[in-house]
Design a protein around this ligand. Structure first.
Ligand code: SF4
Length: 313
């Protein structure tokens, strides 16, 4: 049964707005107590262990409790694109997707809809769906919530966006991101261990554990180096990581005149060199700025990624 109680004085994320979402109030994430989803579909733009032959079954939730101004999914976090679905409707659509042979169920930016997602997962399990479930999050999560979620979720893909508090304040208005994300990742590794199996080729699908993602930002190499140092200090070189380079300037970057370009080869190489110096071995890197076809446009909710359409043909 769907339990709306956590929405009544919402403290689902570290912002702890305390608003009554059931009564129609909205906190920072901008979402009420109705489930809103921007897209449900097979996605081929994730790292190989999550994609397999038929894609990762992504569910893109509307809204975000992190709210970085450069968000690559700003149509969801800032413009709140998406449609309202009941739990039953979401379960039905996910079951149809599962029938296509997807490798996993991948919940993207999910924290602020945890009560709905917990009920959806329960109903999917009751219906016999045993796909691994991925929690694909910003890294800005309360550790108490992560402990609850770790009981239901198989794979965690937290971002570690900022190690520098002042950069976190600039981008999302909160200096506590580095400490919150670091504590959360430690908790997740304690609960679930490192991602396994770890197969760079993707032949073996990942079924459990933690992989940490970091998006390199233009002009912010020092932040990336500090992220790597902190991850190494906490977990050593066996932690699976993904060092992403697909940043693209979004409309608010141009308005703020900040992060208005791509990451250069020199910047990215400095970060990758540091990965090597520290001895990380389970690493996904992106030698170029990524495939334009995997830049989403959620106005096309049926298929926001052109690259997926090509893979499905
Ligand atoms: S989930 Fe949304 S309303 Fe709840 S505390 Fe976080 S930002 Fe505020």
């Amino acid at each position: 049964m769907l339990d709306l109680e956590p929405y009544r004085h919402c403290e689902l994320c570290p912002r702890r707005c305390g608003v009554d979402r059931v009564a129609g109030q909205h906190g920072f994430c901008g979402e009420g107590a109705e489930l809103r989803i921007a897209s449900i579909g097979a996605h081929f733009g994730e790292e190989p262990p999550f994609v397999g032959q038929s894609g990762s079954g992504t569910v893109f939730l509307t809204g975000c409790s992190c709210g970085c101004f450069f968000c690559q999914n700003y149509q969801l976090s800032a413009e709140h694109m998406g449609e309202t679905l009941s739990v039953a409707e979401a379960v039905q659509r996910i079951r149809l997707l599962a029938d296509t042979g997807i490798s996993n169920l991948n919940l993207v930016t999910p924290d602020h809809f945890w009560p709905h997602l917990r009920e959806i997962l329960r109903q999917l399990r009751d219906a016999g769906c045993d796909l691994p479930v991925i929690w694909n999050s910003s890294g800005y999560s309360r550790v108490e919530m992560l402990r609850e979620q770790a009981k239901e979720i198989d794979i965690f893909l937290p971002d570690f966006k900022y190690a520098l508090p002042e950069l976190a304040r600039l981008c999302m208005g909160r200096e506590d991101y580095p400490a919150v994300a670091r504590e959360g990742i430690r908790e997740l590794v304690d609960c679930k261990g490192f991602l396994r199996p770890f197969d760079e080729t993707g032949e073996l699908a990942a079924s459990r554990g933690v992989l940490v993602r970091h998006l390199v930002l233009p002009g912010e190499v020092e932040n990336s180096l500090a992220v790597l140092d902190q991850l190494y200090e906490d977990h050593g070189p066996m932690l699976p990581i993904s060092v992403m380079r697909q940043f693209r300037p979004m409309p608010e970057c141009l308005q703020r005149n900040r992060f208005t370009r791509l990451v250069t080869d020199e910047e990215y190489n400095r970060v990758v060199n540091h990965v090597r110096e520290l001895g990380f071995t389970r690493v996904f890197i992106q030698p170029d700025c990524g495939d334009e076809n995997f830049v989403p446009d959620f106005r096309h909710a049926g298929e926001p990624f052109k690259g997926n359409a090509k893979r499905k043909v």
